[in-house]
Structures are given as structure tokens and as C-alpha cells.
Design a protein around this ligand. Structure first.
Ligand code: NDP
Length: 438
């Protein structure tokens, strides 16, 4: 079946990788649920319901017309409206959006909330662009996308390169075209215009809540642990914040220009100032912080740690990095990013007895809080920070317990990859069976 997926989707390396990883886990289900074969569940799950590719023309500050390519892959809506972020990054292509959409289906199912899976984006690079250019790009992108989305149809959010600023421009254009203040059409909105408390923090916080659960299941805590976090964007910053709040010492973060090592512990206020306010580079961190060093050769996983949290991008942690981490004594790896570890790296961690949490479980806090934002929009309500954070913590704890119980049930105790894949798969598959052949 995997070979069929490869031949039907030639050249889509990342998509193949994501499908392979899930297919490797679903064997035990084939035995237990022979009805799924009759319904061709696996084949249908690998085929997006709809894929949209479109031209995004916009005018740069110098008057030149620029053209980008936009994507929205609506993967599976058996459990609810398609839900998943938009990524603006020069590397974006159909394969990357499909892998993200495919993963999103199982992740969203794991949250237990009524959301299907999808993903979108464009090969646009917001870095170095003025606010005006970013706004014009977002407006052009939404001028096509608006006809495909809606609170009951497809609800986008942010991802790499898409934060509060971009969500604002996208929502503004949607509102202008449709003449509807339909808050539930997009999540990650600003707090004064329909957003939810904790959404900004949710993916990073959720990842650390998940880590705390993994440790607690073994009678341990984050307190005093040495942590390395890759990335310095939305997920990374709030993973650092929560890890520090729970007593860990975060000694390194990175961006695409290199990584910073700060043995005294990352100065979070400084990091936020550089990345969130100034949209600057990590080289500026070491200029303002004595004792910190910026490294451009090697990789962040060379830094010894107890816990590694890859929070940047796909395939950023390969087999050789995994070997180094294991040799340096890492005991737990939890993915804040989507598919940051290569299959060989995951195998190595599992063989070495390193606790490993796949992104579709450990980073599900972002989309779960987006679903909470949708709930608040639907009831025209807004919840307090503490209350929303408590909901997030509870959801992460349930996901954790579901993964463990499912891994036990299918004879792979403690294997969070098997637990996450199978728990998500069964929930989606059962809904697909119930809804008939559509
Ligand atoms: P941001 O754009 O806020 O930050 C991304 C960070 O990763 C930046 O520091 C960026 O560095 C670095 N990065 C991105 N691409 C590369 C690359 N090719 N090589 C090296 N570094 C890179 O994105 P997010 O923090 O939102 O997303 C990070 C990851 O988390 C992604 O995998 C995303 O899919 C996943 N995720 C995000 C969720 C969310 O709620 N935002 C939810 C669930 C998963 P630089 O600025 O130099 O490019």
C-alpha cells in the first residue's frame, strides 16, 4: 500500500515519510478491525479530500509584481471542519503541505475535539519584507483562499512564518470580502478581536506539559533538568518559558543562522525582545548577553542535555544528531515541531531506551487551544488565562494517558509513537465508517 502511495504521489518525499511512519504502526489494527479493510480506510486516509493550488500575485515596495504559490490541502473532515495552520516559508511545496496535513488528521483526532485535518501555506518568505509587503501578500492569499474556508468548512491558523500579524491581515481581508465578522473562520487571532488567551503560548506550553507527564509516569520531574530547545520562534519561546517555570535550565536555542549556548540559562526576556519585538537574529542575543556564545558550525544537538525539544522544522534531527544526543546522555526527546526527527533518529532513540514523544502527540496543545478559541467564538465568550491554561494542561494529560494506554493495548508499552498513531487512527477510522463512503 505504501508503494502505491509513493507511485500516486511521485517526488513527495516528506509526504511519503509521514505516511510510512503511520503505516508502520497500523499493523495490529488490521488484525483487530478487519472491517476497516472492507471500507478501504487506509487508502482513503492517505488521499486528501481536496487539494487547492493557486497563484498569489502581489506588489513589492519597489513596485515590482511578485508571484508566489499558495496551497491548501483539505485532508480529512470525518471528525469536524478541516483544521490546521498556514506556513509561509520559501521551502513550502505540495509535499510539505501534504505531510503536515496528514499528520494533522491524527493529531487533531488525538485531542478528542471535533476537528478534521488540513494544512496550507505559500512559498513566500516574510523575512526581510516590510509590514506593507506582508499585508499585501496576505490580502492576495486570502482573496483566493476565502472561498474555500469557513467556520463549518475549513479553519486555518498559524505555523512557521505566520503569527499574529499575518493572522490579522488574513482575517481582515476575509471580513472585507465576505462582509461577515465570522471569528470562527481562523484561529490565532489577537486577544481584542476574537482570540483566545493561551493560544500564543499553547504549543510550547503543551509540549512541556506533555514532557512533565512523561516524567511523572516514571516518578521524575523537570526540576533541575538540563534542556536544549531548537528554534527561536513561537513554539520554542513558549517551550523555554514553561520549562523554566517548572524549574528546568534551558541552555541552548537556535535559528536558521546557528545556535546560542548560554550556560547560565536562556534570558527569556531578551530572547522575546529580539525575536518577537525586533524580528531579529540570534547573533544579537550574544551581543547583549555576556557569557553566551553563538555557534554556526555543527548543530544544536551537539550540546549535552537531559531533555531535547526540537521546535524548529521537519527533519532537523537526523541519525547522527540522535547518536550524539544519546552518547551525551539524553533521556527524553519530545517534538514541539512537526516531524523534526528523521525515522532513523526515532529508531535510534527507541533502541537506546530514550523516551520519545512524536509531535502529533506532544505538540497537539496548539491545535487543541485553537479548538478552544473556536468554542469561545461560537459562544461569543472569552475565558481567563488560568482557566484556559488549565484546560490545555488537562487535554495534554489526556493525550498522554491515551497514548500510553493504547501502546499497552497493542503490545508496545511505553511506545508513544505506536500509541499516538493507533489512538488517532482508530478515532478517525471509526468516524469514516460511520459517515459512509463519501
Ligand atoms: P516560527 O516561524 O515562529 O519559528 C520557526 C523557528 O524555526 C525559527 O526560529 C526559524 O528560524 C526556525 N526554522 C524554521 N525553518 C528552519 C529551517 N529550515 N532550518 C533551521 N531553522 C528553521 O514557527 P513555529 O514556532 O510556529 O513552528 C515551529 C514548528 O512547530 C514547525 O514545525 C511547526 O509546524 C510546528 N508547530 C507549530 C504550531 C504552532 O502553534 N505555531 C503548532 C504545532 C506545530 P529562522 O527565523 O532563522 O528561519
Amino acid at each position: 500500500m505504501y508503494e502505491k502511495v509513493v507511485s500516486r504521489n511521485p517526488g513527495e518525499r516528506e509526504f511519503h515519510q509521514a505516511v510510512f511512519e503511520v503505516m508502520q504502526s497500523v499493523g495490529p489494527i488490521a488484525e483487530e478491525r478487519s472491517d476497516y479493510a472492507q471500507w478501504s480506510i487506509l487508502q482513503r486516509i492517505c488521499e486528501p479530500e481536496r487539494q487547492i493550488i493557486f497563484r498569489v500575485p502581489w506588489v513589492a515596495d519597489d513596485g515590482k509584481v511578485e508571484i508566489n504559490r499558495g496551497f491548501r490541502v483539505e485532508f480529512n473532515s470525518a471528525l469536524g471542519p478541516f483544521k490546521g495552520g498556514l506556513r509561509f516559508h520559501p521551502s513550502v511545496n505540495l509535499s510539505i503541505i501534504k505531510f503536515l496535513g496528514f499528520e494533522q488528521v491524527f493529531k487533531n483526532a488525538l485531542t478528542g475535539m471535533p476537528i478534521g485535518g488540513g494544512k496550507g501555506g505559500a512559498d513566500f518568505d516574510p523575512k526581510g519584507r516590510s509590514d506593507g509587503e506582508v499585508m499585501r501578500f496576505c490580502q492576495s492569499f486570502m482573496t483566493e483562499l476565502y472561498r474555500h474556508v469557513g467556520e463549518y468548512t475549513d479553519v486555518p491558523a498559524g505555523d512557521i512564518g505566520v503569527g499574529g500579524r499575518e493572522i490579522g491581515y488574513l482575517f481582515g481581508q476575509y471580513k472585507r470580502i465576505t462582509n461577515r465578522y465570522e471569528s470562527g473562520v481562523i484561529t490565532g487571532k489577537g486577544l481584542t478581536w476574537g482570540g483566545s488567551q493561551v493560544r500564543t503560548e499553547a504549543t510550547g506550553y503543551g509540549t512541556v506539559f506533555f514532557v512533565e507527564q512523561m516524567l511523572q509516569a516514571r516518578g521524575e520531574h523537570l526540576e533541575g533538568k538540563r534542556v536544549v530547545v531548537s528554534g527561536a520562534g513561537n513554539v520554542a519561546i513558549y517551550a523555554v518559558e514553561k520549562a523554566q517555570a517548572l524549574g528546568a535550565v534551558v541552555v541552548a536555542v537556535s535559528d536558521s543562522g546557528g545556535y546560542v549556548v548560554d550556560e547560565a540559562g536562556i534570558d527569556l526576556e531578551l530572547l522575546k525582545e529580539i525575536k518577537e519585538v525586533e524580528r531579529g537574529r540570534l547573533t544579537e542575543y550574544v551581543e547583549r548577553r555576556s557569557g553566551a556564545t553563538h555557534v554556526t558550525d555543527g548543530c544544536i544537538w551537539d550540546v549535552p542535555c537531559d531533555i531535547a525539544l526540537p521546535c524548529a522544522t521537519q527533519n532537523e534531527l537526523d541519525e547522527s544528531a540522535a547518536k550524539t544526543l544519546a552518547a551525551n546522555g539524553v533521556t527524553l526527546v519530545a517534538e514541539g515541531a512537526n516531524m523534526p526527527s528523521t525515522p532513523a533518529a526515532v529508531q535510534l532513540f527507541q533502541a537506546a531506551g530514550v523516551l520519545f514523544a512524536p509531535g502529533k502527540a506532544s505538540n497537539a496543545g496548539g491545535v487543541a487551544t485553537s479548538a478552544l478559541e473556536m468554542q469561545q467564538n461560537a459562544s461569543r465568550d472569552s475565558w481567563h488565562f488560568d482557566e484556559t491554561e488549565a484546560r490545555l494542561q488537562e487535554i495534554m494529560s489526556e493525550i498522554h494517558d491515551t497514548c500510553l494506554a493504547t501502546s499497552d493495548h497493542y503490545g508496545a508499552p511505553g511506545n508513544y509513537v505506536v500509541g499516538a498513531n493507533l489512538a488517532g487512527y482508530v478515532r478517525v477510522a471509526d468516524a469514516m465508517v460511520a459517515l459512509g463512503v463519501i
